[in-house]
Design a protein around this ligand. Sequence first.
Ligand code: SF4
Length: 444
Amino acid sequence: MARAAGKTAVKPGDNVWVNVDVLMTHDVCGPGTIGVFKREFGQDAKVWDKNKIVIIPDHYIFTADSKSNRNVDILRDFVREQGLKYFYDVIDDPNGHWVFDAAKGPMKRQYGDSFAGVCHTALAAKGHTRPGEILLGTDSHTCMAGAFGEFATGIGNTDAGFVLGTGKLLLKVPETMRFRLEGKMQKGVMAKDIILHVIGDIGFDGATYRAMQFDGPGASSLNMDDRMTIANMAIEAGGKNGIFEPDQTTFDYVNERTKFNGTKTAYDPIFCDKDQRFFYDKTFDLTKLEPTVACHPNPGVRKLAKELGNIALDRAYIGSCTGGKSSDFFAFAQIVKGKKVKIDTFGVPATPEVIADLRAANVWQVLVDAGVQMSENPGCAACLGGPADTFGRMNKPMKCISATNRNFPGRMGHLESQVFLASPYTVAASALTGKITDPREYLS
Ligand code: SF4
C-alpha cells in the first residue's frame, strides 16, 4: 500500500490514496458502477486506463431473467464505448445481445469463446493477478487474489465508479492478523478445512477490517488452488484482505498465465517485513485438523464433520470461486468414483478451463456416472441464489452441503434453507450417504 501510495512506509490506521493496478467488475455491480461513473464524471467521460479494467460477467448469466440478460448488454455497450481491452463476454459478437435460451436449459453449453466463468477464478486463470499489485473489485471475494501476494479487496459501486474515473482510492491500512500454519494436512483434510477452522476460531466478524496473513511452512507447502481457497474466505471472517507471501509457486503460476493470455507480465513482488508486528498471532498445527463444517447460519459456526452424522441432507453442491476449481472436482471425484450419490447433487465448474481439465482427465464422466448433475455453463450459479431458474438454486426450504464460501440465511435461495459449508471431500462423502459424513471413511 505504501508503494501504491508513493510513500516510503505506512502503518495501520493510515488513510492513503493508492494507485490501482486492476479494477474488476461484473454483471451485478458493473451497471451500477458505470452509472455512478457517468453521473459523476459525465456522459462522455473516459475511464482512467482502458488496460487496467477487467469486466467479467459471471453471476446471473444462465437465466431467462431479462433484466439479468440486459445487465450483460450494458457491460458490452460500455466496453465498446470505452475501448476496454479485457472483457470476458458471454457471447462473441461485440455488437450482439445476450439472451439465454431457456429451451436448452442451464446444463448445455450456452457461451462463446470469450467467456471466462467466475470472476475471481477467471482473474487468476487469465493472468490478471500479480504479486505486489493493488487489485480492487466490486465483489467481496476479491480478497481471493491475496493468494498471489497482492493487496486485493472488495469495494462498492460508488468507490468503483470513482476508480473508473481516477484510478485511485482512499484506503485505510489494516492491522494484520497472522495465522501461522505448521505441519502437513492429514489425508481427507483440505485447504477448505483450514479456513473453516480459522473462521470458527475467530468468528464471522473476528477479522473485521484487518489483513489476514497466512504464513509458515504449512502455507508455503500449499499449491495456488489451496491458497486461493483460503484467501477467498478472509471476508467470511470480516477481513479486509487475505494475503500469502509470494514465492516460486506463485511466480510459476503467474508467469504461465500472464504469458499465455497476453496480460502484463512484469511485476515487482513484496515480501514480509522482518520486524512485522501483529494485532493477533496464532500458530495452527495442520496435522491436528479434521474435516470441518461451517453450520447454518454463518461461516463461523464450526463443527467437525464426524459430529454431524445426524443431519440429513436434501442436496449437495460443488462449485463457485472457492470450490469449483479443477482440484476441487478431482478431490470430489476421488470419493464418488464408481458409486452413486444419494441426494440431488449439482456440479458447476468455475471456469471453462476447469471443464476442459475434467474432460481431459475423464473426471467429467466419472462425476456424471456417479449421478452428479454437471452444468457445462461455468459461473456463480446457485452460490448466491440468483433468479428462480438458476441451476441448483434452493427454491424451497431444504438442507444443503456445499463447497461454496458463504451460508448466511437465503444465500443459496430460499430464506429458510440451511447451508453447511465443507470441503469437496466432505461434500462428496455426504452426497453418497445423504447425511453429513466424514470423508476419511471413503479414502483408503
Ligand atoms: S461463485 Fe459465489 S462467491 Fe464466487 S463470485 Fe460468484 S457468487 Fe461470489
